[in-house]
Ligand binder design. Sequence first.
Ligand SMILES: [Zn+2]
Length: 355
Amino acid sequence: MNNVFRWARWVGVLVALAAFITGLCLPEAAQAAQADEHKLNYFQTSRVKIAGRNALRIEIGMTGGEPRYTVKTHSYLRQELVLELPNTQRGRVKSYIPMTNGLANQVRISEVGNSTQIAVELANPVTRDNYRISTLPAERRLKKPARIVLEIMEPSKDGAFSAGPGIKGKTIVVDAGHGGSDSGAVGPTGVMEKTVTLSVAKKVQNLLTQSGARVVMTRTRDVDVYAPNATGKQELQARCDVANRDSRTALFLSIHCNAFSSPSANGMETYYSAGSRNGQRFATLLNQELAKAGGLFNRGVKTANYYVLRHTNMPASLVELAFVTNYREEKLLRSEAYQNKLAAAIVRGIARYFQ
Ligand SMILES: [Zn+2]
C-alpha cells in the first residue's frame, strides 16, 4: 500500500467519524428526515388486465415507511413518465432496465441530489387515461417492502388521443391536396394523390378535434374546392380563402404526395414560404415528427413559392408525405396503418408548435 492510499484511508475514517458526530448532534427535525430515508430494493414487472385493457404493472419497492413521490409527464411528445422520490437512493436496483413488452421501452433510474428519479419511456403517448400510480404498504408475509405501483395501460379502444393542452381551442385549416377533377399524381398501381391526401387529412382532423382544436377542412369529400376543371390559380385561391376568411385561423396545413418521372425518387419533405419564421418553425416540427414516424428518406425542410403558402395570412406548411410514383412508397401511402402513423406525427408536430 503506498502513501497516497494510506492517507486516503485515514481521510475516510475521519470523514466517517465526523459524520457520526454530526449525526449525534443533529436537531430533532433533521433526525426525523434521516429516519424517512428510503433505499430502492425491489423492482418487479407483470402483465395484468385493467378494465379489459392490457396493462403493464411495475412495482418499485424500498426500505422505510410509506413511499412518497411526485409525477412529471414529460409532455406526451417524449412519451415519458418521470417519478421523483424524495429522500431516496437507488440502492441495489439497476440504473437501466430495457423492456420489450409493447407498453414501455425502458426504465432509467438515477439519483438527483437527495432524490431518485425513475423515468419510464412508454411505447405510446402518455395520456391522462393510460397510466395509474398508487402505493402499497409492506407485506411481511410475502416478503414485499412498501411499494409504488405504476400501471401502464394500452391506449383505449375508442382511440382517445390527447395532444396536450396547447392545441385546445386553436383554429387549424387542413387542406387535402387536389380532389374532384384533379387527381394529383398517380402511382404505378393507380393510387391517386387526391385519395391519400383526403384520407390523411381526415385522420388529422379527427385527432386534432379529439385534442380540442377547431378544425376547418378545405374539402371533406372527393371534390374540387372551387369548381371542376377550374384554373390552378382559382382552385388554390379557393383553399387560401377558406383559411383567410376566418381571422382566428392559427395554422394552415396542406397535405400532398410527391411525384417524379423516375420511380426511384423517394422520401418526405416539408415546405414553408421564404421569410416566414413561424412557417419555418411549423415546417421544421412537422418534418421532425414525420421523419421519426414515417421512416422515409428525409429530403428536408425547404422553401418554395407554392401558391397556398404565399397567399395564406397565417403560418403555413405544405407536406409531401412520400412519392406516390415510387413503388414501395405508393404501397405505404395506401396503407391505413401507415396513414394513421403519419396523421399522428402531423398532430404531434402541430402540438409542439403550440407548446
Ligand atoms: Zn400535390
